[in-house]
Design a protein around this ligand. Structure first.
Ligand code: SF4
Length: 214
């Protein structure tokens, strides 16, 4: 199977089985999504979704969050991973939005990565989810699944290398959706320790499956 055929098989499968794939983070606007994505680093979306309603109620926009003190915000975040850093990042992020971006979330990767707590992965998520820009956030699931299937070469050893290969090979208009396809597949089927290959619909185009089922 050529790389092109492998990509087409993956696209065909998910187009039928996950046509509406989207983020599992709950949000109503770009500000809320940015807060949720910052909180989701090293943490499950489920836990973030339990945490954010109280934050959004108390701090409905960048202005209100920019005025929060560490001691006020920390108790709302303490049940998720790295609460100290995340509290500081959220307040710093909101202050920068207010001071430099007219309280709006900028929608370019270059601007987003200037915000505290926002790296390339987060910036890619925001721009692809909010604006359907063809940016691919590579988290642990996307990294593992795309390598197992054989969408990227085994020599792609960094998230950036994987991102570049996926961007090069997925049709531009599908990139924002492919991100969710791969994340959700990794979260529910192609698990890190024991992938559920027997119930996976990608057996026919997966290098890992081919290698382990000869
Ligand atoms: S066949 Fe197995 S390794 Fe391949 S994508 Fe499916 S679950 Fe993952």
């Amino acid at each position: 199977m050529t790389t092109k055929e492998r990509y087409q098989s993956v696209i065909d499968y998910f187009t039928v089985h996950a046509p509406d794939a989207e983020t599992e983070l709950l949000y109503d606007n770009p500000y809320q999504l940015l807060v949720a994505v910052i909180l989701s680093a090293q943490c499950t979306d489920k836990r973030v979704n339990l945490t954010t309603p109280a934050i959004f109620e108390q701090y409905p926009d960048a202005e209100s969050l920019s005025k929060a003190s560490f001691d006020e915000l920390f108790p709302l975040i303490k049940s998720i991973s790295y609460p100290n850093n995340k509290t500081k990042h959220l307040i710093g992020m909101a202050q920068k939005l207010v001071n430099e971006f007219n309280s709006e979330v900028p929608l370019t990767v270059d601007e987003l990565v200037t915000l505290p707590g926002v790296g390339r992965k987060t910036a890619n998520v925001i721009t692809s989810v909010v604006d359907e820009q063809p940016n691919m956030a590579v988290d642990t699931h996307v990294f593992r699944v795309s390598k197992r299937i054989g969408l990227v070469k085994q020599t792609a050893t960094t998230p950036l290398a994987v991102e570049k290969e996926l961007i090069k090979n997925f049709p531009t208009e599908l990139i924002h959706k492919a991100h969710h396809w791969l994340i959700l597949h990794g979260r529910y089927v192609c698990l890190a320790r024991t992938p559920k290959c027997r119930e996976c619909g990608l057996q026919h185009c997966c290098k890992y499956f081919e290698k382990n089922n000869r």
